[in-house]
Design a protein around this ligand. Structure first.
Ligand code: FES
Ligand code: FES
Length: 204
């Protein structure tokens, strides 16, 4: 896995320019050459596939193995680590992303099912000035301790506010019911969302 700084990630081309064998690391100019290489050298392995999607507002092509989850593809193909790997079985919400307007769990979504989808991750939300009030409110309310679960909460909060810009405290709690925090930060999240929603409605 390669971890990238924000500027390095921004420079990653939208279209795949090299096709790397995930087993031996050799690089090929195109998918047909990579497929030939797999057939000749790694006939026991599943052939990689290319998935094209819109990620955080930009077209992206990802080279993935057919069994990879979306969480793994984001991390291993693009170095995006905000979509967290925690339970890896659809229980904790730490890997939440927004796909075609719905909050979904990236650990139970296959990357190859995301062809043509629009996906938002916490990195895209954090980089969007329109959502700065939500990020600021989370910081002001100190709605994190270790912070590992926080990206998943933020994405769930954004998915709620997209649909309901004026949620009640109860609606916030329900929207976040699928997110688990081992550190027990639960009381702070609704407060942060309510504060951010008020500011955003006022255009602050
Ligand atoms: S890591 Fe996906 S729900 Fe826990
Ligand atoms: S802040 Fe540590 S798991 Fe939630």
């Amino acid at each position: 896995m390669v971890l990238l700084l924000a500027q390095e990630y921004a420079a990653v081309p939208s279209i795949l320019t090299e096709y790397r064998c995930g087993i031996c690391g050799r690089i090929f100019a195109g998918l047909p050459e990579l497929e030939e290489h797999y057939a000749a050298r790694h006939p026991e392995a599943a052939q990689p596939v290319v998935v094209a999607l819109n990620l955080n507002g930009k077209p992206r092509e990802l080279l993935v193995e057919p069994h990879w989850t979306l969480q793994r593809a984001l991390q291993f193909s693009l170095g995006l680590t905000g979509t967290k790997h925690m339970c890896d079985r659809g229980v904790c919400g730490s890997c939440t992303v927004i796909m075609d307007g719905r909050a979904v769990l990236a650990c139970t979504t296959l990357a190859c099912e995301c062809e043509g989808k629009t996906v938002q991750t916490v990195e895209g939300i954090a980089a969007d000035p329109a959502w700065k009030p939500l990020i600021d409110a989370y910081c002001r309310w100190d709605a994190m301790q270790c912070g590992y679960c926080t990206p998943g909460f933020l994405v769930s909060a954004k998915a709620l506010m997209d649909k309901n810009p004026n949620p009640t405290e109860d609606e916030c709690r329900r929207a976040l019911a699928g997110n688990i925090c081992i550190c027990g930060t639960y009381p702070r999240h609704a407060a942060a969302i309510l504060e951010a929603a008020l500011k955003m409605r006022k255009g602050a």
